[in-house]
Structures are given as C-alpha cells and as structure tokens.
Design a protein around this ligand. Structure first.
Ligand SMILES: Nc1ncnc2c1ncn2[C@@H]1O[C@H](COP(=O)(O)OP(=O)(O)O)[C@@H](O)[C@H]1O
Ligand SMILES: [Mg+2]
Length: 141
C-alpha cells in the first residue's frame, strides 16, 4: 500500500475486552477516528488459531499464558480500512504494556497489564495481509 492510499488492518478485541463490556467503547474509538469496519465477527479462538496468529511468538516464554488468555473466552475479530490504517490502529492501541501505554490510548486508558491489554493490531503490511487471510479468508480473494 502507498503511504496515503486506503489500507486494511486486522484488529482483535481480546477476551478481556468482551468480559469487561468494553466492545462498544473500543469500536467507537476506531469509528470515531474515521476507520471503516469492513468485517466483524465474534470468535472463540482455538489453540490452533492462536498458534497461527501468534506464530512469531510461539517459542517465547510469555506464549503459554498468552495462549491460555486468548482462548479464555470470545473475542471480536475485525478488519478496518482507512488511510495508513495499520499505523493509525497501532497508535490508537498504545504500547504493549498497559502500565506504560500513554493516556489517551486504549491500553493506556483501560489496561494495567502487559498480557491482558485488550486489543491486537497488525504491525506491518505483511502482517496485515497474513492475518486478514488467516481470520477472514473471504476478504483475500
Ligand atoms: N512480556 C510479556 N508478558 C506477557 N504477555 C506479553 C508480553 N509481551 C507480549 N505479551 C502479549 O503478547 C501479545 C503480542 O506481543 P507483541 O506482538 O510483542 O505486542 P503487540 O500486541 O503490542 O504487537 C501482547 O499484545 C501481549 O498480550
Ligand atoms: Mg505484535
């Protein structure tokens, strides 16, 4: 994608967001920013899907508890579209560790954890393409 063209990013509202009743509040932030929702579905993530989604992390020591967490209840999977959507979503999400994330970001405002940090956003165009194909293959044709 060009620096200014419409771009798509994969977003996951993790089980803590659903459990805490924050789905509406978090979706509102993406919508208010101007990102367009092009796909959205409630999903119970399986261990197999978790391993594929987090393929780069499966050998890290933080992965087993992350896998338990991400499969602990339903998540909301979505794809958003807009100008520089990948970088914009990462900015809205904030730093990985909610304790260090800046106020005004999702994690900075709602999370006190480096694991239960509410939201995932693709980190590059390559990751976005891979993740959209994994979660919403019908969009990748
Ligand atoms: N040190 C850690 N301890 C516990 N969980 C972690 C740690 N690092 C990352 N995680 C979890 O793994 C997810 C993926 O990690 P990473 O890709 O580094 O962060 P991000 O989601 O910001 O791209 C994080 O969002 C978080 O839920
Ligand atoms: Mg990441």
């Amino acid at each position: 994608m060009s620096a200014t063209g419409a771009e798509r990013s994969f977003v996951l509202l993790k089980p803590d967001a659903v459990r805490r009743g924050l789905v509406g509040a978090l979706l509102s932030r993406f919508e208010a920013k101007g990102l367009r929702i092009v796909a959205l579905e409630l999903r119970q993530v399986t261990g197999e899907l978790a391993d594929e989604h987090y393929a780069e992390h499966v050998n890290r020591n933080f992965y087993p508890p992350l896998r338990t967490f991400i499969t602990s209840g339903p998540s909301i999977a979505l794809v958003v579209e807009g100008d520089q959507a990948i970088e914009v979503v990462r900015g809205l999400n904030g730093a990985t560790d909610g304790r260090k994330a800046a106020p005004g970001t999702i994690r900075g405002d709602y999370s006190l954890s480096n694991r239960e940090n509410l939201v995932h956003g693709s980190d590059s165009p390559e990751s976005a393409a891979r993740e959209i194909k994994l979660w919403f293959p019908e969009l990748s044709d």
